[in-house]
Design a protein around this ligand. Sequence first.
Ligand SMILES: Cc1ncc(COP(=O)(O)O)c(C=O)c1O
Ligand SMILES: N[C@@H](CCCC[NH3+])C(=O)O
Length: 445
Amino acid sequence: MSTVWPATHERADDGAMRLGGIDVRDLAREHGTPLYVVDEDDMRSRARSFARHFGEAFAAHGTTCDVYYASKALLSSRISAWMHEDGVRIDVASGGELELALRGGMPAAHITLHGNNKSDAELRRALAAGVGHIVVDSLTEVEVLSALAVEAGVVAPVLVRVTTGVHAGGHEYIATSHEDQKFGLSLASGAALGALRAVHEAQGLELRGIHTHIGSQILSIDAFRESAERMLGLRAAFAAESGVEVPEVDLGGGYAIAYTPEAEALDPSVAAREIADAVAAAVATVGGSWPTFSIEPGRAIAGPAGITLYTVGVVKHVALEGGGDRQYVAVDGGMSDNPRTIMYGAEYAAELADRESEAPPVLSRVVGKHCESGDIVVRDVHLPADTARGDLLAVAATGAYGRSMASNYNAILRPAVVAVRDGSSQVLIRRDTMEDLLGWDVAPD
Ligand SMILES: Cc1ncc(COP(=O)(O)O)c(C=O)c1O
Ligand SMILES: N[C@@H](CCCC[NH3+])C(=O)O
């Protein structure tokens, strides 16, 4: 069984859940619900653990492995500052993420910019800021970036995004290295090699290396091994024709976390050692010099460190066709703060948070308050039969891709994100207000 709750999760004597030394009832009173709560020590120790384990495992082979936090999982300027303090860099996938990372004091040289369709403005801003890497995703982008770099009088450090063809990850929408999708340049078709040539020859671009990201929620080390081998093969093929061994290889993110107690997580210390050993074997087979490496975990840093706290509203019992019934527990949020259940069929664990109950656990479904029957937060979970209006409910492992994918569907206000640590809480992202909502609207004259 995996632990799905953040490291400082505990139950007080009266049964209430506590996180970061704070009673969740106090968090709900002070900040309102729904509320994303991040266990700061947990998130930061996960970041440091990736940096240490991957650093040490690759150092054992005489090279380096930098860790970039995939900020699409959850970003605020303070999180950027945490990552910098903890020795982790950041990858961003838009101009907005870039601004937040910079605002938190992440050195531009420690930022990688991704995206399959970056705008000229985003590329110009990245060049002006002096980001450490821009990952080109198409030949069009090679041309555009080259022109913009020449215009700005700078040299852009470039990685080429490669589609290795390794199938990994869960849902189709989170797998990213099969051929038939929008990201990257295909290794199999020769497009990746062509892009390496194009970058190498382009003015204003410095070819630093190759990048791949094979998907998310990956448990199989074999998938990472296979992708590393294919990437090193591509590097060798380019070296054979050009005489240039690109110095850097970025293997992307995708380290699985456990969303439910039955699920497994990938242990970073095991992953680090096994991936480093696999890379060593591949370098030995292919020959040539060692590149430096980087990885980009997102979910594995933020996900398990966060929970969502909801207030229960309506509880209904609905008869099931085959007999029995299901308890529907409607909470004050839903698909607007967690679209992952409806998008990917994601599974979650949930518990009553304001108290523990002696009542028997019954088959339940946690639903939101949106006008949508698919508005499900937790499809199947056992909750006490006395779950009632006013109770607090906590959903585990929502630190990643919750707030960052939240929407204002049904003109709902997106919840705040607060960090808890040593008995105090700090707002990282404030809750939307009705003034925000009315402010976005252009009222009739
Ligand atoms: C390029 C890139 N790097 C890193 C990540 C992070 O993935 P995960 O959160 O699964 O580690 C993603 C998102 O899937 C990505 O697209
Ligand atoms: N947002 C996705 C993962 C990101 C995929 C990006 N390549 C999730 O919640 O699982």
